[in-house]
Design a protein around this ligand. Structure first.
Ligand SMILES: [Zn+2]
Length: 178
């Protein structure tokens, strides 16, 4: 998927706040965190492969040369369930020990947004979900049904994601600001 589609879909992790009784200013933290988490997996898109796309138009090209090798390549370990869980744990510990647990939902928002990225990449092509335990890359649909980056599914998901965020803030305004 293109980075804007990841961003639009991943940002919807803020819907998790609707499970809490009174969403407050924590949304000001959750939204940017969700946006960052949705783009983070593609830090590996700075490898030496043929079809390389750089997140946000080249910001991450600074990491060129790091993400090459058996596990470190595009849609490799950074797109795995394993690394998603590691990040969950890191954010959990940061919230617990450094932020005095003032954002209990933070690790879940981060995780949901992060894992949404490899999940929708699986509509485009095969992804290293099981890295580092299994190096087989898996697509979520049969090859014939996969849609390319910038293809139909990509565009539809962007619209769904953008609409989801709009709906979230409309409802947020309706319930808490009016
Ligand atoms: Zn990706």
């Amino acid at each position: 998927m293109t980075w804007r589609t990841h961003l639009a879909i991943g940002a919807n992790a803020v819907w998790l706040t609707s499970f809490t009784k009174n969403p407050d200013q924590s949304l000001l933290v959750f939204l940017p965190v969700a946006m960052l988490a949705s783009l983070l997996p593609d830090i590996d898109a700075a490898g030496d492969g043929a079809k390389i796309h750089y997140v946000g138009g080249g910001v991450l090209s600074n990491f060129k040369g790091i993400f090459t090798g058996r596990y470190f390549h595009h849609r490799g370990i950074m797109h795995s369930v394993f690394v998603s869980l590691i990040f969950f744990l890191i954010v959990y510990l940061i919230n617990f020990f450094y932020l005095n647990n003032i954002y209990p939902l933070l690790p879940y928002v981060f995780f949901l947004s992060y894992i949404s990225h490899p999940l929708i990449d699986g509509f485009n092509t095969s992804v290293g979900y099981l890295y580092p335990f299994n190096r087989k890359k898996i697509a979520l649909f049969p090859k014939l049904m996969l849609s390319p980056v910038k293809g139909f599914t990509d565009k539809i998901l962007f619209v769904i994601g953008a609409f989801g965020i709009l709906l979230f803030f409309l409802m947020f305004a309706y319930y808490y600001l009016l």
